[in-house]
Design a protein around this ligand. Structure first.
Ligand SMILES: Nc1ncnc2c1ncn2[C@@H]1O[C@H](COP(=O)(O)OP(=O)(O)OP(=O)(O)O)[C@@H](O)[C@H]1O
Length: 257
């Protein structure tokens, strides 16, 4: 396997001059370059309609660029692979299956489920603190609990890279922050790289090692996160974090809260 090293870092994902145009030609992504090193969390932040979801779909191999190339671990991407997981805004769980079976679904679609798979699904439910709901059906869960199931399902095939498209947009702020904390813990514990799309400045500031601001189909600016000495839970209450959020708002072109 080719391993791509850039500036001493192994690249999980690399976009090289990626362009895309919808057939009606009303919207285009223009020559986007991006590098996501192994184990980091990057956020693409932008207003509605700026092209975040389109770019994420290109990065995940759900769409193919009109021009340019996408690489995962040095291999060119033309379709989704087992090494990636995807979490969408809607949890899209099957209501006729239990939570455990929903988590195992990506495996069931490919091959026979083994005891090892079930054990791993149970570990994921435990990490995401939803073990007690394993035998429930999704329609009996809250929005936040469903999001946890969707994350567990995205991790069942042990991806090295997780794509998340505004997964917490419909949740209340407290649940949202709990799940953001959970993602950080997962990232540290399992060393999974994440590419997270959001229009929420605080969410991007909290999660990302690097933020790319997307505006009208281009990455208009990039910002590397400061190093945080505070624990992940307390970080949001610090002056340093608030100032960082203001900086990012300026990059987005937002002058007032
Ligand atoms: N299938 C499609 N055909 C034509 N245009 C599309 C299609 N899907 C999206 N677009 C257009 O592409 C642009 C970018 O859409 P995209 O969904 O990537 O933006 P976004 O930043 O993710 O927005 P949001 O935050 O509202 O989800 C928009 O102008 C949208 O109208």
């Amino acid at each position: 396997m080719t391993t791509w090293i850039r500036g001493g870092h192994i690249m999980e994902l690399e976009l090289q001059k990626v362009s895309y145009q919808y057939k009606d030609k009303n919207f285009a992504l223009k020559g986007i370059d991006w590098q996501l090193p192994t184990g980091e969390i990057h956020c693409w932040l932008g207003r509605s309609g700026s092209g975040k979801s389109t770019l994420l779909e290109l990065a995940a191999g759900l769409k193919n660029p009109t021009k340019g190339k996408v690489y995962h671990q040095g291999h060119i991407v033309t379709k989704p692979s087992n090494k990636i997981g995807f979490v969408f805004q809607e949890a899209t769980l099957l209501n006729w299956k239990t939570v455990l079976d929903n988590v195992l679904l990506p495996i069931q679609l490919q091959r026979e489920i083994t005891t090892e798979d079930i054990n791993y699904a149970e570990v994921l439910l435990e990490i995401l603190q939803i073990s007690e709901f394993a035998e429930r059906i999704p329609s009996t869960l809250s929005g936040g609990q469903k999001s946890r199931v969707a994350i567990a399902r995205a991790l069942i095939k042990k991806p090295t890279l997780l794509f998340l498209d505004e997964p917490f947009a419909a949740l209340d702020i407290i649940t949202r922050e709990e799940l953001q904390n959970e993602l950080l813990r997962l990232n540290k514990r399992e060393k999974i790289a994440m590419l997270f799309v959001t229009h929420d400045v605080t969410e991007a500031a909290f999660l990302a090692d690097q933020i790319g601001v997307i505006s009208q189909g281009e990455i208009s600016s990039q910002k590397k996160s400061p190093s945080w000495e505070e624990t992940e839970i307390n970080r949001r209450d610090t002056q340093k974090f608030r100032e960082y959020c203001i900086n990012i708002r300026h990059l987005l072109g937002v002058e007032h809260e």
